[in-house]
Design a protein around this ligand. Structure first.
Ligand SMILES: Cc1cc2nc3c(=O)[nH]c(=O)nc-3n(C[C@H](O)[C@H](O)[C@H](O)COP(=O)(O)OP(=O)(O)OC[C@H]3O[C@@H](n4cnc5c(N)ncnc54)[C@H](O)[C@@H]3O)c2cc1C
Length: 310
């Protein structure tokens, strides 16, 4: 078993930024990551200050390189279990699928989200390429082009909200509700924003270089430059729940945290989208930096208390 001050579970933007802040505070840090960053399928990361054009893998590779001067150990593995142990201060044993065991004084959960895509043939195949979710991330690159918004069947209000949002990027937005009818108020608001609506089921989508066809049941094909979809988000990991952290009831089941990322379990913090599902990439990193300064402050308090007892 190896000892560290902090084990960070998840080494994407939030986890690596937490490691950077803690490493620079001279903490001994272990980051365990099993290589499934949420934006992994995307061609580029957009809307990230100082990084005009970089791939998701490239951004993480340069983040990992920045950690070299510090006492940060990067482990490629999956954390399967975290066992709290009794004592004056919180202590944890972290067990990985590969058989490693790390002990630590604090845990930062940065395990992120997964996206459940609309159940329409072809959507999963185009995900991250011609099929994306967030106009703030990918809208600028396809501005003023013909765009489609696909709703999530059974959640028509989310498709409407997303189509209205997307109308800021193009005057030619077509909302496909995939079988849901819309009320008069929604139709009026969409029309006011210039969004056209098709309510029949979508048979499938077919991705081509720089284009996507939305195929309707009768065989009609509608070409668009990109398809934006509504997703259901889920936490990638249930470690927070298994540690006994209180969860936010609705939505993605994130761990309930205070402004510094502390969960309801002493010694356990949540950072990035694990705590705040709506965060974009730079927001996840920024949140993790704030969380890490709080982790350091709590460990410092323990250090001083322990020194006074000697
Ligand atoms: C297709 C797509 C494109 C996007 N494009 C953009 C964009 O252009 N700009 C932007 O600002 N945002 C974008 N986003 C949002 C962005 O991906 C997230 O904001 C960001 O990834 C959140 O970072 P995170 O560190 O919180 O979580 P994640 O990136 O999800 O990372 C979580 C990490 O934890 C690891 N993990 C989970 N469980 C375990 C475990 N038990 N043991 C070990 N490791 C574990 C995973 O493998 C993963 O590496 C995009 C999202 C998607 C889906």
């Amino acid at each position: 078993m190896s000892d560290g001050d902090v084990v960070i579970v998840g080494g994407s933007l939030a986890g690596l930024q937490a490691a950077l802040t803690l490493g620079r505070a001279r903490r001994r840090v272990v980051v365990v990551d099993d290589g499934r960053p949420r934006n992994g399928p995307a061609r580029h990361v957009h809307n990230f200050l100082g990084q005009p054009s970089i791939t998701p893998a490239g951004l993480l590779a340069s983040a990992r390189e920045m950690l070299a001067p510090y006492d940060v150990t990067l482990v490629t593995d999956r954390v399967e279990e975290i066992k709290p142990s009794a004592g004056d201060f919180p202590r944890f044993d972290v067990l990985t699928g590969g058989g490693d065991r790390w002990s630590s004084r604090a845990i930062v959960l940065a395990t992120g989200l997964t996206d459940e895509l609309p159940d329409v043939p072809g959507v999963a195949e185009g995900w991250g390429d011609q099929v994306v979710a967030c106009p703030h991330c990918h809208g600028w690159e396809v501005r003023d082009r013909p765009l489609a918004q696909l709703g999530m069947r059974g959640l028509p209000e989310r498709g409407v909200a997303r189509a209205l949002l997307l109308s800021r990027w193009s005057d030619d937005v077509l909302l496909f509700t995939d079988g849901d009818d819309l009320g008069a108020e929604d139709l009026t608001r969409l029309a006011a924003a210039g969004v056209r609506v098709r309510t029949e089921r979508v048979a499938g989508v077919e991705t081509r270089p720089d284009a996507i066809d939305v195929v309707l049941p009768g065989g009609e094909r509608i070409e668009r430059r990109a398809l934006f979809v509504v997703t259901r988000q889920h936490q990638q990991s249930d470690l927070a729940a298994r540690l006994g952290c209180r969860l936010v009831g609705a939505g993605a089941g994130a761990a309930e945290t205070d402004a510094t990322g502390r969960t309801s379990v002493p010694g356990v913090w949540a950072a990035g989208t694990t705590a705040i599902p709506a965060l974009l990439a730079i927001g996840a990193a920024g949140h993790a930096s704030t969380v890490a300064t709080d982790v350091h402050a709590v460990l410092l308090d323990e250090d001083v208390t322990a020194a006074l007892r000697q």
